[in-house]
Structures are given as C-alpha cells and as structure tokens.
Write a protein that binds this ligand. Structure first.
Ligand code: HEC
Ligand code: HEC
Ligand code: HEC
Ligand code: HEC
Ligand code: HEC
Ligand code: HEC
Ligand code: HEC
Length: 334
C-alpha cells in the first residue's frame, strides 16, 4: 500500500526555512518543466495577499455580508491587507497575509486575528468579478465582529489547509514555499538537487491506482462528509475510482492530464483520443455518437455554485436523475 507516499506534515516542514529551495533549485537542470509548471494554477494555489486578485479588485466602498450584517473595510499596507469588520459599535480587526486559490474559481484569504487564523468570510470570484460569502459558510449576518472576519480554524484544520496549498511550512505554520511546487510532488527532490544520484519520486512512474491515490492526498479519495453528497464531484480521484475504466488498473490522472499543466480545455479531440486508447472506436458505440465528444456525455460539467463548476470524473453512462438536471452544464456553453 502506498503509505510511503502519503504527504505527512513532517515531509512538509522545512527544517531550515532559509535554505529550503523553491523551484529555482530545479530550473537550471529542468528548464522546460519549470517553465510549464510556473504557468499552472497549482503553482499559484496560494499567494501573498498584496499580489492577489482578491486585494487588487477591492471596491472603494465597504463590502457588506448582508443588509443588516457587518461591513468590511480593507486597507493595503506593507504587511498585507488589513480588514475591519464593523456593525454599530462592534468592531474587530484582522490581517491578511495569504490568499488561497489561483483565482480560476474562487479566492479565499486567511485572516489573522487575536493570535488565531480564520478562513475569511469574504471570498472573491474572479470569473464573476464579484465578492461574496465563502462557499461552505452560512449566509446572513454574523453573531459578532470576530465571527464576521471568518471561520476560526483549529491548528489541525489550518495545517491541512496550508498543507494542500503550500509546499513547505515552518513549525508555526508560516508558508515558506507557497503553492504546489516541484518538491511537493517529487518527494526527495531537495536531496536530489544537491546530489542527482538520489532520485526523487516521479508520480508518472507509479502504477495507475497508486498515482490516483497520490494526487488524491490533496484532491481527495475520501469524502470529507458522506458519499452521497453532490459536492463530492469536486473530488476527482474519489469519483474516478468508482469508474469501470479505473478498474482496468491502467487509468491514471496523467492519462488525461499532462504533468505541469492545467487541464486541457475546449478540445474534445484531445480527450476522445484518450478514450479510444482503450475503447475501440469502431466496436464501441455503433451509432452517431461515435463522432461526438465523449466527455460531453460521459464526464459532464456539474455546477455546484454560481462560481464553481467541476467535471464529474465518475466515467459512466450518466442516467437521467443521476445528477440533479439543473446542475449539468453543456460543454462549450457557460
Ligand atoms: C544539477 C542538475 C539537477 C538539479 C539541480 C535537479 N535535477 Fe532533477 N534530474 C537531473 C538529472 C541529471 C536527472 C536524470 C537522472 C537519471 O536519469 O539518472 C534528473 C531527474 C529528475 C526527475 C526524474 C526522476 C525519475 O525517476 O524519473 C525528476 C522528477 C527531477 N529530476 C526533479 C527535480 C526537481 C523537482 C529538482 C529541484 C528540487 C531537480 N530535479 C533538480 C538533474 C538535476
Ligand atoms: C499538495 C496538494 C496537491 C497535490 C499533491 C496535487 N494537487 Fe492538483 N491541485 C491542487 C490545488 C490546491 C489545486 C487548485 C489550484 C487553484 O487554486 O486553482 C490543484 C489543481 C489541479 C488541476 C486543475 C488545474 C486547472 O486546470 O484548473 C489539475 C488538473 C490537477 N490539480 C491535477 C493534479 C494531478 C494529476 C496531481 C498528481 C500528479 C495533483 N494535481 C497533485 C493541489 C494538489
Ligand atoms: C485536502 C487538501 C485541501 C485542503 C485541506 C484545502 N484545500 Fe483548498 N483546494 C484543494 C484542491 C485540490 C483544490 C482544487 C480543486 C477544487 O477546487 O476542489 C482546492 C481549491 C481551493 C480554492 C479554489 C476555489 C475552489 O473552491 O475550487 C480555494 C479558494 C481554496 N481551495 C481554499 C482553501 C482554504 C481556505 C482551505 C482551508 C481553510 C482549503 N482550501 C483547504 C485542496 C485542499
Ligand atoms: C502536481 C504534481 C507535480 C508538480 C508540482 C511537479 N511535477 Fe514534475 N512530474 C509530475 C508527474 C506526474 C510527472 C510524470 C509525467 C509523466 O510521466 O507523464 C512529472 C515528471 C517530471 C520530470 C521527468 C520528466 C521526464 O521526461 O521523465 C521532471 C524532470 C520533473 N517532473 C520536474 C519538475 C519540476 C522541475 C517541477 C517544478 C518546477 C515539477 N516537476 C513539478 C508531477 C509534478
Ligand atoms: C485505461 C483504459 C481506459 C480508458 C483510457 C477509458 N476507459 Fe472507459 N472503460 C475501460 C474499461 C476496462 C471498462 C470496462 C469494460 C468495458 O465496458 O469495456 C470501461 C468502461 C466504460 C464505460 C461503461 C461504464 C459502465 O458503468 O458501464 C463507459 C461509458 C466508458 N468506459 C467511457 C469512457 C470514456 C468516455 C473515456 C474517455 C474519457 C474512457 N472510457 C476512457 C477502460 C478505459
Ligand atoms: C479520462 C480522462 C481524465 C482522467 C483520467 C482524469 N481527468 Fe481530470 N479532467 C478531465 C477533463 C475532461 C476535465 C475537464 C476539462 C475541461 O474543463 O474541459 C478535467 C478537469 C480536472 C480538474 C479541473 C476541475 C474540474 O473538475 O473540472 C481537476 C482538478 C482534475 N481534472 C484533476 C484530476 C485528477 C486529480 C485526476 C486523477 C485522479 C484526474 N483529473 C483524472 C479528464 C480526466
Ligand atoms: C450523445 C451522448 C454520447 C456520446 C457523445 C458518447 N456516448 Fe458513449 N454512451 C452514451 C449512452 C447513452 C450509452 C449507453 C447506451 C448505449 O450503449 O447506446 C453509452 C455507452 C457507452 C459505453 C458502454 C459500452 C457500450 O458500448 O455500450 C462506452 C464504452 C462508451 N459509451 C464510450 C464512448 C466513447 C469512447 C465516446 C466518444 C467516442 C462516447 N461514448 C460518446 C452516450 C454517449
């Protein structure tokens, strides 16, 4: 079993933050991979607040959680973005140093207040050019100013949160290397950079089911709540593992996702070719669909929220009623 590949916190903790190498340690010998990866969303899954679309698009007017709720005033400072939540005389201040999410769907800040860290109540949804309540948090007015700043994280939850969005952190949970960088997938790469006779982990060489679980360390193989929730479509490994295609033992994430790149979009021929590598294009499906876009019917888009859309990786004949009809979206149409 791939226990060795479970990304433990110990593997994340940089013993010596100052010398912990980032991607620059790999760029000299692997320029092509580095150049590609730098442009990927995974590389930017966490970013300094001042560099984030969240802070760069803030309106001049205060934001409000609801008509009778708290208002939020943001100020850009050298340390990051200061935020004040206020209603009547009740007021709380926080500091945002880091923002999570590359901005493809949503961006959510971490807010430091009173020695603790909260998941901000306010997120930015770049596709909609809108600020709104963070997905998963309740709508309406908060009970007090501190709660309005966000959802206070336990040390355990914060570790998990940063652990999936950064590549090295200090013992007091400061990210040393934000984003999913080389050494987060290529375990042992730091030693390899110092002495190339040591080989790092290459997930491309893992047997397909192990690779799926490896990526599933972050993309998840287990549902956080229960298996019946529609929200689980966002956990690609979990869904993919239900597929009969996966049972072949040969279907990996990298079958369809070239390493160091975002998902290929709006290119049905790219995915059709992957399907045809296992499904004979003549034998299977002897009807007009054969010329069609395989993923359009077998891996539909599912809209979970106005700002969030995922691809159902449970490859199957999607039956009517399988998924709520109003969540299924056509490809090529938004
Ligand atoms: C001094 C040059 C050098 C540096 C620096 C370096 N590498 Fe390599 N890397 C190599 C060479 C040479 C190979 C091929 C080794 C072989 O085939 O024996 C390699 C192979 C690899 C492989 C493939 C391993 C496999 O088994 O398929 C990965 C992944 C990798 N490097 C990642 C990294 C990462 C990540 C970094 C930065 C932390 C890094 N390398 C830094 C020279 C370097
Ligand atoms: C350390 C955690 C982590 C690991 C390990 C990881 N990912 Fe990710 N991945 C993320 C995060 C976080 C995002 C979201 C980036 C963003 O903010 O948009 C992401 C996004 C993606 C995307 C979507 C990019 C786009 O087009 O929007 C793909 C595809 C992806 N990962 C594939 C993989 C594959 C394949 C593996 C295994 C080889 C893997 N990931 C391993 C954390 C991880
Ligand atoms: C188990 C790993 C894991 C944990 C824990 C985690 N994330 Fe993520 N996060 C991901 C992956 C993988 C993606 C990309 C796929 C997706 O969007 O579901 C992602 C996407 C995001 C996005 C992009 C928008 C979206 O919803 O897709 C934001 C924002 C985000 N995470 C914020 C957070 C915050 C804030 C926390 C902690 C309070 C957190 N995440 C905890 C793995 C994780
Ligand atoms: C999300 C996980 C992930 C991250 C982050 C990542 N890689 Fe990789 N890398 C892979 C996978 C998966 C493969 C195997 C690709 C394949 O065989 O299809 C790979 C393969 C490689 C190889 C071997 C290429 C070959 O032709 O054999 C090198 C070298 C490499 N990566 C370097 C890097 C460097 C440098 C970075 C950072 C700039 C990086 N990787 C970041 C997942 C990752
Ligand atoms: C690595 C090989 C492989 C790849 C790639 C693959 N499949 Fe499959 N798929 C299988 C196997 C094996 C089965 C089960 C035996 C069968 O029905 O042929 C299967 C079954 C299916 C089924 C029937 C599922 C059911 O529950 O009855 C559908 C539909 C399907 N695949 C569609 C696709 C589509 C669409 C793609 C491309 C996006 C794809 N497959 C890619 C191997 C693969
Ligand atoms: C059979 C092909 C196939 C396999 C295997 C596959 N994906 Fe995907 N993936 C897709 C397609 C198709 C999209 C949607 C591209 C688009 O938006 O048009 C996608 C999109 C994604 C996204 C972007 C968010 C979303 O859900 O739309 C992430 C993240 C992702 N895949 C992760 C993974 C991970 C992790 C694995 C391995 C567990 C994996 N994928 C295996 C075909 C595949
Ligand atoms: C217009 C929707 C649609 C498109 C496009 C489509 N399929 Fe299907 N597929 C279905 C339906 C519905 C079934 C179940 C009934 C049937 O077999 O005719 C099915 C069944 C299957 C099966 C189950 C085994 C079988 O032959 O009955 C496989 C495998 C499959 N499709 C693969 C593919 C591949 C590969 C592509 C792309 C070349 C594709 N499908 C395109 C709707 C579609």
């Amino acid at each position: 079993m791939p226990m060795a590949f479970v990304l433990t916190l110990a593997a994340l903790l940089a013993a010596d933050p100052v010398s912990a190498p980032g991607t620059e340690a790999c760029a000299t010998c692997h320029p092509a991979e580095t150049k590609l990866h730098e442009r990927s969303r995974m590389a930017h899954a966490m970013m300094p607040a001042l560099a984030s679309p969240f802070s760069q698009n803030l309106p001049d007017r205060p934001l409000r959680e609801s008509a009778d709720g708290y208002s939020f005033v943001y100020r850009r400072t050298l340390a990051g973005v200061e935020v004040t939540a206020e209603r009547g005389g009740d007021k709380a201040d926080g500091l945002i140093e880091w923002v999570l999410g590359a901005g493809a769907q949503g961006q959510t800040p971490l807010v430091e207040a009173g020695g603790r860290v909260a998941e901000s109540r306010v997120s930015y949804f770049p596709q909609l050019h809108q600020y709104g309540i963070t997905i998963g948090q309740h709508p309406g007015a908060s009970p007090n100013a501190l709660a309005a700043l966000g959802w206070m994280q336990s040390a355990h939850d914060l570790q998990a949160c940063i652990g999936c969005h950064a590549s090295a952190i200090t013992r007091d949970l400061q990210p040393v290397i934000p984003g999913v960088q080389c050494q987060r997938c290529h375990l042992g790469a730091d030693e390899h950079a110092r002495d190339t006779s040591h080989h790092p982990l290459n997930p491309g060489k893992l047997p397909a089911p192990e690779q799926v679980r490896f990526c599933g360390n972050c993309h998840r193989v287990k549902p956080p709540v229960d298996d019946g929730q529609l929200e689980n479509v966002r956990f690609q490994p979990l869904r993919l593992m239900k597929s009969r295609c996966f049972a072949s033992g040969r279907l990996a994430c990298t079958t369809c996702h070239p390493a160091h790149q975002d998902a290929v979009r709006n290119k049905s021929s790219f995915y059709n070719e992957k399907c045809h590598s296992c499904h004979d294009s003549r034998a299977a499906h002897v009807d007009a669909r054969q010329t069609g876009d395989c993923i359009a019917c077998h891996m539909p888009y599912v809209q979970l929220h106005v700002a969030l859309r995922f691809t159902d990786h449970y490859i199957r004949v999607v039956k009517t009623g399988d998924l709520p009809a109003d969540t299924i979206r056509q490809r090529g149409v938004n």
